[in-house]
Design a protein around this ligand. Sequence first.
Ligand SMILES: Nc1nc2c(c(=O)[nH]1)N[C@H]1C(S)=C(S)[C@@H](COP(=O)(O)OP(=O)(O)OC[C@H]3O[C@@H](n4cnc5c(N)ncnc54)[C@H](O)[C@@H]3O)O[C@H]1N2
Ligand code: MOO
Length: 403
Amino acid sequence: MEIVTITEARRRLDGALPSYEAKIEYVTPNQALGRITARDITAACDYPPYRKSPFDGYAIHSHDGNAYEVVATIGAGIVYDGPVAAGQAVRLMTGCAVPDDCDTVVPQEYVERQGNHIRVTESIPPGSNIIPKGEECRSGAVIIPAGTKLTAGALSVAVGLGNERLPVYAKAKVLFLTSGRELVLPGEVRHHGQIYNSNAYLFQPLLEQYGAEVTFYHVSDGPDQLADEMAAVRRLARDKDLIVSTGGVSVGLYDTMPQIYQSLGAVQLYDRITMRPGSASYGGVIETDGRRTLILGLSGNPSASFNAFHLLAVPILRRLNGERNSEFPVVTCHLGEAIYKKNPVDRFVQGRLTYEQGQPIFTPNTTLTSSALLGLAHTNALAYIKKGTPPLPKGAPIEVIFL
Ligand SMILES: Nc1nc2c(c(=O)[nH]1)N[C@H]1C(S)=C(S)[C@@H](COP(=O)(O)OP(=O)(O)OC[C@H]3O[C@@H](n4cnc5c(N)ncnc54)[C@H](O)[C@@H]3O)O[C@H]1N2
Ligand code: MOO
């Protein structure tokens, strides 16, 4: 058995990551949310692309005096390209291209109109109220640098500057496995001794949230099925960057995941981690024809595997997907409730980070066992408690990983 610290487990996994030249693909903006840009995205046009009116009002060709004749009316999207002589005006709406001959826009509130004639009631300096072409950026400027995670805001900028295809890193391909005859999916009959496969609904969405393209398969762990299931896992693992499994990694008779990985030719990186919860954990790597597939065999216990997923799988997924920063932010908080647990090894306590009167407070979950399930409904942070730390009173300062 090879027991390592969480830091060492991460170091070994990191070292086994392929020197990853993530593949680049061009996707439509609809497919790009959350993806990482693989190249700089540039403006395909000036912004704004024309001299623009910021008001509903009148574009004037200013002259001495305050009286104008209205020669046309346009809405946004309609262009008036006829002449506008000194003393003439074009009625226009917010967002209109200001006719070339006009030098000023007068908001309609500052105008009295009679028939086709207006009188400007305020003093508006010539040149006022026109947003210049290219005020915010010029065509060709870098608007989103390579390595940026595309948020809704970034997508709106890319689209707003005329980009129809965006260069992003290809999604990491992940094989996700659950294991155990005790597990049933929603819609199946749950017999005595069985539980719902809650981890399927924990990790498939988490993997997708962290940018993976996920293939799901369930390993029953029944001895009679083992050969067939090994073959199925081998077939499904072929084109994957990462395998994440939950369950079947401890020392029980039917904990078959390490055996399955061995049959795929995996080199084991570790098979236990000195942390609570989540010590039952297997790391490995398969190398075939120059292609590497990392393996994370997580515990079946929900809280244990949730922690190990965030500490081990998320940094790998971020790296595979081209993200430059692979770490969660760490916030120093005060404890909202005492943690009475002893800490013979490093501990990661699940809980909730909130702000009270501007101060970050970490409130640990009620049940802190590795099999605890209910706290996952609201967990947004993990408090790190170093090996040997005595029980911590309410109010104690604590380092918290904000998920
Ligand atoms: N004699 C020993 N027994 C155990 C040890 C040990 O060192 N010696 N380690 C314990 C620790 S720590 C943990 S954690 C568990 C880990 O076991 P496995 O990773 O092999 O997981 P399973 O045995 O398959 O399942 C554990 C537990 O979790 C439930 N489970 C499994 N999969 C799911 C799922 N997809 N959704 C919800 N719940 C799941 C399963 O029913 C079990 O109750 O081993 C200890 N034992
Ligand atoms: O992996 Mo077990 O708690 O150490 O949950």
